[in-house]
Design a protein around this ligand. Structure first.
Ligand SMILES: *Cc1c(COP(=O)(O)O)cnc(C)c1O
Length: 414
């Protein structure tokens, strides 16, 4: 059984990882969270649940994803061996489909007919709309009006998948307002609706549930590295937004204390400048936001700060509570990469390995590029490529100053 795995770094029964986590939700949502927790505890012990989850991962989403030895990149950097876990080959282009599938099975078991989701850049919205189509759920996605305007490609795909997108017109009209709108909907429609949360964040039990679904990534890596190298890797590196791809890679290695775990945050335009990065471990403070206690980038009054990252998926002020805890106890080390380094890493990976990764994933690659040359050739680094890069074509074309791109866009308007 996959889902009965536990570690000494897990939450207590109230959902706390040390001082982090918990369930700070409006009273009207507590029954819904308790219902979800109960359904999950029951499902975990059910072999049919595990069988269905694994079958969908394999026969629908495309698991197991390959672990690829990056021989050219390794040679060029001249140090440790670099392996790439290519989560970009999943259906809908990233690791997110995995926890969406898991939650969809749970929602159906609870008798829900409708799912709602929040999304910022739209990646989670697309994954949620994908599973809703597959399971025959009605799907409503809340998205800030500002994000709807700037993320048209993902909005377009959500619409094609049959989801209804509701632009949120209050507050800053971005992700945090979309979360609030989704919570309000959930309170009103909790009887028939599941809130499909997009990362290892939010009130208990979401951080633990999404981590448990994602643990399949690390489980596969463990087997794949063993087969290819006959031993454990020395370093695991993943980018960190809310933390689902990082927790997925790390979880099965948490108690292999000799394996060094590194989370890479968005350093944006530099971590010294408030509002220009999303490095919670370089300036975040403990706070309670969106139903959980963790590290958040906030001002002296506890208001959430603006964040910036070239990748939309890491442009988030908070971090999952288990990662906050793992950082505090020193089990996971947190580093950051800047926008400039990320574009360089993305280019180098494309040219040396023929893999166009998501900009989020390029943060992990950027740190691996710094680390590998300092290590001896016997060391093994596994980098999580959380997604593929097709979705970033508009951002990357501008970042690399492609001359013909603007011309191309103009021809589309005539
Ligand atoms: C959403 C996203 C992330 C960030 O989310 P986590 O929960 O931190 O994994 C990273 N990479 C890709 C490709 C994403 O779409």
């Amino acid at each position: 059984m996959i889902f009965d795995y536990k570690t000494k770094y897990d939450a207590d029964t109230s959902g706390h990882f040390g001082q982090f986590g918990g369930r700070f939700a409006p009273e009207m949502l507590i029954p819904a969270l308790e219902e979800l927790e109960k359904a999950y505890i029951k499902a975990k012990k059910d072999t049919d649940f595990e069988r269905e989850f694994l079958s969908l991962c394999r026969n629908y989403a495309g698991r197991p994803t390959p672990l690829t030895y990056a021989n050219n990149l390794t040679k060029q950097l001249g140090g440790a061996k670099i392996y790439l876990k290519n989560e970009g080959l999943n259906l809908s282009g990233a690791h997110k489909i995995t926890h969406c599938l898991g939650q969809a099975i749970l929602a159906r078991r609870m008798g829900k007919k409708r799912i709602i989701a929040e999304t910022g850049a739209g990646q989670h919205g697309v994954a949620a709309a994908t599973v809703a189509a597959k399971f025959g759920f009605e799907c409503v996605v809340y998205m800030g009006e500002v994000d709807v305007a700037r993320q048209r490609p993902n909005v377009f795909w959500m619409e094609q998948l049959g989801a209804e997108i509701i632009p949120v017109k209050f507050g800053s009209k971005t992700l945090k307002d979309a979360v609030n709108a989704a919570l309000k909907d959930w309170i009103t429609n909790v009887r028939n609706t599941h809130y499909l949360l997009g990362s290892t964040v939010g009130p208990h039990p979401f951080p633990s549930i999404n981590r448990d679904f994602q643990q399949i990534v690390g489980l596969e890596v463990k087997e794949q590295v063993k087969e290819m190298e006959g031993k454990l890797p020395d370093y695991l590196i993943a980018c960190v937004g809310g933390g689902s791809n990082a927790m997925g890679l790390f979880y099965r290695f948490l108690e292999d204390e000799e394996v060094i775990l590194i989370g890479v945050e968005a350093g944006g335009k530099g971590v010294e400048r408030i509002g220009k990065h999303a490095a919670r471990f370089r300036g975040g403070e403990v706070g309670v936001v969106e139903g959980y206690k963790s590290l958040f980038l906030q001002d002296n009054y506890g208001n959430i700060e603006k964040t910036h990252s070239v990748s939309a998926g890491l442009d988030y002020p908070g971090v999952g509570p288990q990662l906050a805890y793992l950082g505090q106890v020193g089990r996971v080390q947190f580093e950051y990469a800047t926008d400039r380094e990320v574009i360089g890493a993305y280019k180098l990976l494309a040219k040396t390995e023929g893999i166009i990764c998501a900009l989020e994933s390029a943060y992990a690659v950027a740190y691996a590029i710094k680390l590998a040359p300092k290590l001896s050739k016997e060391k093994i680094i596994v980098v999580n490529l959380s997604g593929r890069g097709d979705k970033d074509i508009f951002i990357v074309a501008e970042a690399v100053k492609d001359k013909n791109w603007r011309e191309f866009l103009k021809t589309k308007l005539t």
